[in-house]
Design a protein around this ligand. Structure first.
Ligand SMILES: Nc1ncnc2c1ncn2[C@@H]1O[C@H](COP(=O)(O)OP(=O)(O)OP(=O)(O)O)[C@@H](O)[C@H]1O
Length: 276
């Protein structure tokens, strides 16, 4: 399934924070959203998993407006890892992940063996299979995140919407998570702060800046020094990763960049970047 975001505008109490957003999350591809703090990534993702209603525009799931689907139907197609990792659930991990099976259950129906199997496999996929009887409240931030990801996996949807899934994860668990996403080949819309992770895992990237999509394309097309200077205000060299061949962004952690004087070493300006 694919997601089309058309002319999306989203506002909080009348203040527009996402405007004129157009983008596609193509079937089976990993589509990344990157951008500075407050650029609107979470807001845009919240409209896709129906937590927020657009002020204008539409989110289409294979051509149907998601607002017209019933909550249960959309939950059978779209699973989310929200930025709010809340829920101080007094539940075991197994019980938290089993919540992912709810869209498939009739009222008061219990779990069956297939559900239990999916729950166990989802916990194992995120490396928490040996902890199924522990309580969610006693987990670290990164462990909670992995369990909530397992809940999204247990929902067995065609579409995954993940807000900062690598936040809180140590580098090994980041790599494992990215490998899981690559391996699943679901339609995935994911926000990432780590631009090198985004370069390695995303098929396409959209850059949000002050609520607008300012660049779209493959990581190689998008993640260029002038864009990093203009959007993030940082100096960076983009080289080829010596092990993987992915674009590797080497940031200058010593000083910020003044875009007006930043030399355009790639020969491209932000305006030259291809549209999606
Ligand atoms: N519940 C809310 N009520 C009012 N304003 C909000 C709310 N949530 C976010 N905003 C504002 O909307 C804008 C976009 O926020 P959003 O969380 O979508 O950005 P983001 O790109 O996900 O940021 P970050 O990288 O910091 O997570 C910001 O100015 C933020 O202050």
């Amino acid at each position: 399934m694919r997601i089309d975001i058309e002319d999306l505008r989203v506002a909080y109490a009348g203040r527009t924070v996402v405007a004129d957003a157009h983008l596609i999350a193509a079937e089976g591809e990993i589509t990344g959203l990157v951008g500075p703090n407050g650029s609107g990534k979470s807001t845009l993702l919240r409209t896709v998993y129906r937590h927020l209603k657009p002020a204008a525009g539409r989110v289409l799931l294979d051509g149907s407006d998601i607002r017209e689907l019933s909550p249960a139907r959309s939950a059978r197609h779209i699973a989310a890892l929200p930025q709010e990792r809340g829920g101080d659930f007094e539940l075991t991990l197994r019980e938290v992940v089993a919540m992912g099976r709810t869209p498939y259950k009739r009222a008061f129906a219990g779990e069956d063996a297939a559900d239990r199997d999916i729950v166990e496999r989802s916990l194992a996929d995120v490396g928490m299979g040996d902890h199924a009887d522990r309580h969610f409240t006693e987990l670290s931030g990164g462990e909670r995140q992995r369990v909530l990801l397992a809940r999204a996996f247990a929902q067995q949807t065609d579409v995954l919407v993940l807000d900062e899934p690598t936040n809180h994860l140590d580098v090994r668990h980041q790599v494992e998570l990215l490998a899981l996403l690559r391996g699943r080949r679901r339609t995935t819309l994911v926000s990432l702060h780590d631009l090198n992770a985004a370069a390695s895992v995303c098929d396409r990237l959209h850059v949000l800046h002050e609520g607008r999509v300012v660049a779209s394309g493959t990581p190689r097309e998008v993640l260029r020094p002038p864009l990093l200077a203009e959007v993030f205000g940082v100096r960076a060299a983009v080289v080829e990763h010596p092990l993987t061949g992915d674009p590797l962004i080497a940031f200058d952690h010593r000083e910020l960049c003044n875009p007006a004087i930043f030399p355009d070493t790639s020969g491209n300006s932000l305006r030259d970047l291809p549209d999606f």
